[in-house]
Design a protein around this ligand. Structure first.
Ligand code: AMP
Length: 420
């Protein structure tokens, strides 16, 4: 079935065509006609399924008639993270290029005054994270009484991030008669309660079971014994042996993100870090560089795991096994998107045993084992004679390790200035 049969306007179809899409994805086939008919929607779909276009495309047509009034947006899209919100805005730019809709992005970490000015002019589509929207509402910068259409995206992520009370507060400020679209990768009871109370006779669509990983992803489990230094050796070996166009490496903690990124850079890899501690502008800049190929490897925390729309990521590395097994699906879902092929490697040491058991139980399947050569697991420090006053590897504080690169001719001691 092609896009022509979904009931979209010629302007939207032209934009879809220019985006290079030939056929709608399953979620698009299912939701677009019902959304255009004005139905409430409950879509159970993970990222990478074409979910964003499934609500953006019909919204452009629904909002094509009518005019925006000052401070009264005509539609509202709630996203759990700034990155996701920014990506939805990009989608509106891409798919709405032949339409004349105005958009505003209300996210934390960026210019508050500029956002209010945009609201003053009147916007058709307001894309917001819950906290920043509430800030603007409290200051009287925005009223939700003109909203005709609401989208709550990644509802289960909203739950994880503690946003459900905010969403409830926001929904109470909306007019009674609106069309609502909710999307979630999973349906925990709290999300079910929310959708039961806000959606009216919704059309429900599920595109793949939450524990399913995309079939286009080749998964590998790399099991070995060793400390963080060995782990980074293994990671570099995997990067080197794969023909990498670009890759995302996920770590459980920000501290690890920083260490792994630093280590890769010292070893000459084109890498950058992405996590919640960074200023919004830096995050956006890094993401843009990664998207246009200036940076090949993105080392990220789970903040970046969900919804990042980076088309065609070839490889995903789980440097750690995620503590929440659902994050595994979201992490490896960064590759193998929209039918493309991708490869995922998950590193697991004896320290991850508990998380590995939980993950395999959750997936209800084994991940094929991938072996690395023995020498990759050898600690270069131990191959040499350790000077008497040198600490054992277990005594070294990981956060203070500048580098694990062996510099020939320097012995085991590498002066600090060489590592900066
Ligand atoms: P999403 O699940 O919304 O994050 O989308 C995942 C990726 O699929 C994005 O890079 C979209 O640009 C792309 N995409 C969305 N719809 C289609 C389609 N019908 N055909 C091919 N790619 C698509």
């Amino acid at each position: 079935m092609s896009f022509e049969y979904l009931g979209l306007s010629d302007e939207v179809l032209a934009a879809v065509n220019e985006a290079g899409y030939t056929d709608p994805t399953p979620i698009q086939k299912k939701t677009i006609p019902s959304t255009l008919q004005g139905r409430d929607i409950l879509g159970i779909a993970q990222t990478g399924t074409g979910k964003t276009a499934s609500f953006t495309l019909p919204m452009i047509d629904i909002l094509s008639h009518g005019r925006a009034r000052a401070r009264m947006p005509r539609s509202l899209i709630l996203e759990p993270t700034r990155e996701l919100a920014a990506q939805v805005e990009e989608s509106f730019e891409k798919y709405g290029k032949h339409s004349k809709l105005s958009c505003a992005l209300l996210i934390g970490g960026t210019d508050f005054v500029g956002q209010s000015k945009k609201l003053d002019k009147g916007v058709d589509v307001l894309i917001a994270t819950p906290g920043r929207l509430l800030d603007h509402m409290e200051r009287g910068n925005v009223m939700l009484t003109g909203v005709e259409l609401l989208v709550v995206d990644e509802a289960d992520r909203m739950l994880d991030m503690g946003f459900i009370p905010d969403i409830e507060r926001i929904c109470k400020m909306l007019p009674k008669k609106i069309q609502s679209l909710f999307f979630s990768a999973t349906m925990p009871p709290e999300v079910k309660k929310l959708t039961d109370s806000f959606l009216k006779d919704p059309k429900e669509f599920e595109v793949s079971a939450p524990t399913q990983t995309a079939v286009t992803i080749e998964e590998n489990l790399v099991k070995f014994k060793g400390d963080d230094k060995i782990k980074r050796n293994v990671l570099r070996h995997l990067i080197d042996e794969s023909d990498i166009k670009n890759a995302i490496i996920f770590c459980n903690r920000k501290k690890e993100v920083k260490i792994v990124n630093k280590s890769l850079n010292v070893h000459g890899y084109s890498a950058a870090e992405l996590h919640g501690d960074l200023h919004q502008d830096t995050r956006m800049e890094t993401l843009a560089k990664f998207k246009n190929g200036d940076i090949k490897i993105l080392v990220a925390s789970d903040v970046a795991a969900r919804g990042l729309d980076i088309p065609d990521v070839g490889h995903v590395f789980n440097y750690d096994i995620p503590s929440n097994p659902e994050d595994y699906i979201h992490r490896i879902g960064r590759t193998g998107r929209a039918g493309k092929e991708g490869t995922a490697y998950t590193l697991s040491t004896h320290m991850d045993k508990k998380y590995l058991t939980t993950l395999l139980k959750f997936l209800d399947k084994d991940i094929p084992l991938h072996k690395v050569p023995k020498e990759v697991l050898e600690d270069p420090r131990k191959a040499k004679k350790r000077p008497l006053n040198e600490k054992k590897s277990s005594e070294i504080d990981e956060s203070n390790q500048k580098d694990d690169k062996v510099i020939v001719g320097m012995g085991d001691h590498v002066p600090d200035f060489l590592l900066r």
